[in-house]
Design a protein around this ligand. Structure first.
Ligand SMILES: Nc1ncnc2c1ncn2[C@@H]1O[C@H](COP(=O)(O)OP(=O)(O)OP(=O)(O)O)[C@@H](O)[C@H]1O
Length: 374
């Protein structure tokens, strides 16, 4: 898919902007704090209805105004789809083909984008919450069912945790309601766990091929989904539900003592195994980077496999962080198939010879000089 045009109105430091992108590589160049990341953030938000760097929508609205709009035209094999998102202090509204969507889960998936920023290099060595967030963001784009189940799970988890705290401090005594919450939580939790397990298996298939290439055939990558349930390829959602419910039922007193939910997908993790060893604990920094890169790039193939369309690739200032082999991989593997947006402060950081006919935009104080094809 291709984002052919983007309009920003009072989004961050952009007051009014219309930009036409090239189907190939778009380079956004500018000094620090001019609006390069803001533009990638706008594209990412148009895809997922939320920013990759803040949960607070208010931050997306220009300081002088009360609402912000991002809109754009997506070209897919099935046709042209206009998308629009409006952020106000009260919330957000999403439109597909000019029709407002009652549920965000019917909006997400219209435009798919993979964002790769320097902080993604810590996908491997960072905290487990980062990897869970990664799974949620990526799998939600591929499956509205996953998006819905994960959202329901989060809401119920908050309710159950609150209730467990009330039981702990004697503000509630009735365990029947806890049983009801446990049952519902186990049902959504099982859906999330099984979907993550299955998506990770597909992701592993693509990531291991890429990892082998980038490491020049020296390394084999495996992705292990770490969960409290015992899973195999035959495990059904129903079995996972029974197992998770069983854990809640048999540890009810411990959970009340802790005042929080101790079981479920909010405790899961991914282990990245390189040549059989966990690269988080035993890998060099280079191996961790290669792993993060392979996994991120693998999502492109996975999305194509799951949705029939290549996503957009958003590269926020990552080229300067990668050595020549990894840069070459990043730029050569996908640029003829995938519309790419990359930000940089200087073209010296970009191996220009690797990019075929980039369209270059200079960004200064939230305005854009006309894009030129080089
Ligand atoms: N809500 C907002 N309203 C107006 N301006 C904003 C808002 N949020 C951020 N900005 C401005 O946007 C600019 C930052 O833009 P951005 O994060 O895109 O920088 P960048 O060009 O990617 O720079 P770097 O190369 O340092 O990452 C800053 O000048 C900041 O003051």
């Amino acid at each position: 898919m291709i984002l052919s045009e983007l309009h920003l109105h009072n989004f961050r430091n952009y007051e009014d902007l219309t930009v036409h992108f090239a189907p190939g590589v778009n380079v956004l160049i500018g000094h620090n704090a001019q609006g390069k990341t803001n533009m990638l953030e706008a594209i990412y938000a148009l895809s997922l209805t939320r920013s990759h760097r803040t949960h607070n929508n208010r931050e997306l609205i220009n300081w002088q105004h009360k609402s912000a709009t991002i809109s754009g035209i997506v070209q897919k094999t099935s046709g042209r789809v206009p998308l629009e998102l409006e952020f106000t202090s009260k919330g957000k509204r999403a439109k597909v083909n000019h029709l407002e969507q009652a549920r965000l889960s019917t909006y997400v998936g219209q435009l798919n984008a993979i964002l790769f920023a320097p902080e993604d290099l810590s996908l491997v060595k960072g905290a487990p919450a980062l990897r869970r967030h990664f799974m949620d963001m990526e799998f939600s784009q591929m499956s509205s069912k996953y998006l819905y189940n994960a959202g329901q799970y989060r809401t119920l988890l908050r309710q159950r945790n609150k209730y467990l705290k009330q039981l702990k401090y004697g503000q509630q005594h009735d365990k029947v309601l806890l049983g009801v919450l446990s049952d519902q939580l186990a049902a959504y939790g099982a859906e999330v766990i099984i979907a993550r397990y299955q998506f990770l298996q597909h992701l592993e298939k693509w990531a291991s091929q890429l990892h082998e290439k980038i490491s020049l055939n020296a390394e084999q990558l495996r992705l292990d989904y770490i969960t409290q349930l015992k899973l195999n390829e035959e495990t059904t959602v129903e079995q996972a539900y029974q197992d998770l419910l069983g854990l809640y039922q048999s540890h009810v007193n411990w959970e009340i003592e802790k005042g929080t939910t101790m079981y479920g997908p909010q405790r899961d993790d991914i282990h990245f195994m390189v040549n059989g060893k966990n690269v988080q604990s035993f890998g060099s920094q280079g191996q961790q980077r290669t792993t993060a890169l392979s996994v991120k790039l693998a999502e492109i193939d996975l999305m194509k496999e799951q949705t029939g369309e290549y996503p957009l690739l958003l590269l926020d200032d990552v080229l300067s962080e990668l050595d020549t082999i990894r840069q070459t991989h990043l730029l050569t593997a996908f640029q003829d198939k995938v519309q790419t947006f990359l930000t940089t402060t200087s073209l010296n950081d970009v191996a220009r010879q690797l990019i075929h006919q980039p369209k270059i935009f200079e960004i200064e104080h939230g305005t854009l000089s006309k894009g030129e094809t080089q």
